[in-house]
Design a protein around this ligand. Structure first.
Ligand code: AMP
Length: 228
């Protein structure tokens, strides 16, 4: 007989480009849990022009993290409203003080860590090229130009946005690593870290699905873990 915990308290972690968005949405589709994303919650507050939203905007616009006390208060008060559900946190905690504050109110039992090699992510994030005059977008993996480096319609050269340039992407990945490594180590120390390694989301997903099935019932109509 499988003994399941009463309520799952999970966190998903992974750098930009690791497939975290895709995996999270598949988890939500297959398992009855509440997905709480700090980024979504902040964007919602910014759209609604709340006080927290306008404070958050000043940090986000500068590419900075929101101070621990502000984000922790926001997330913990949101958590109180969904105490009775299985939970998947996304984007929070991002620092050890946030993890410690969370642990006091809501001890985490599972951390899903998407461990995708730097080179793979860098390849994915730098695959986008644009034709500035028309705004046409190409992706070297999914819809490459017919002739490498040139626009299909005009033959003019394609360029990369600053954000997509290898040096910028590397910087973002390095800052993710510096920021979250201590959080991963914190959870490793708590014995709740479960890392999933791979280079393809469609290969990582079945492993995550199988792992979660040992903890929760799959409530989707599908009886397998085929990509969806
Ligand atoms: P995300 O969509 O998770 O990348 O979040 C967008 C932005 O919101 C981040 O770049 C941060 O500025 C801010 N943010 C989201 N979650 C947190 C957090 N846990 N701690 C601090 N800042 C956060």
């Amino acid at each position: 007989m499988v003994v399941r915990p009463l309520l799952l308290r999970a966190v998903i972690m992974g750098p930009p480009g690791s497939g975290k968005g895709t995996i999270s949405s598949r988890i939500v589709k297959h398992f009855a849990l509440k997905h709480l994303s700090s980024g979504d919650l902040l964007r919602d507050n910014m759209n609604k022009r709340t006080e927290i939203g306008s404070i958050a905007k000043t940090y986000i616009d500068q590419g900075k993290l929101i101070p621990d006390d502000i984000i922790t208060q926001l997330m913990l008060s949101e958590l109180k409203t969904i105490e009775q559900h299985h939970l998947l946190l996304d984007g929070f905690p991002r620092t050890v003080p946030q993890a410690e504050a969370l642990e006091k109110m809501c001890p985490i039992d599972t951390v899903i860590d998407l461990d995708v090699p730097f080179e793979t992510i860098q390849q994915r994030l730098t695959a986008r090229w644009i034709h500035p005059a028309s705004g046409r977008v190409y992706n070297l993996e999914f819809n490459p130009p017919k002739v490498p480096g040139t626009d299909d319609a005009t033959g003019e050269p394609l360029v990369q946005r600053d954000d997509d340039k290898p040096e910028t992407v590397l910087k973002r990945l390095k800052s993710y690593e510096a920021e979250t490594k201590p959080v991963l180590e914190y959870y490793r120390g708590q014995g709740v870290l479960k890392s999933f390694s791979g280079t393809e989301t469609n290969k990582i997903w079945p492993q995550v699905h199988h792992f979660l099935q040992t903890k929760l019932t799959d409530v989707s109509c599908k009886d397998d873990a085929t990509p969806s």
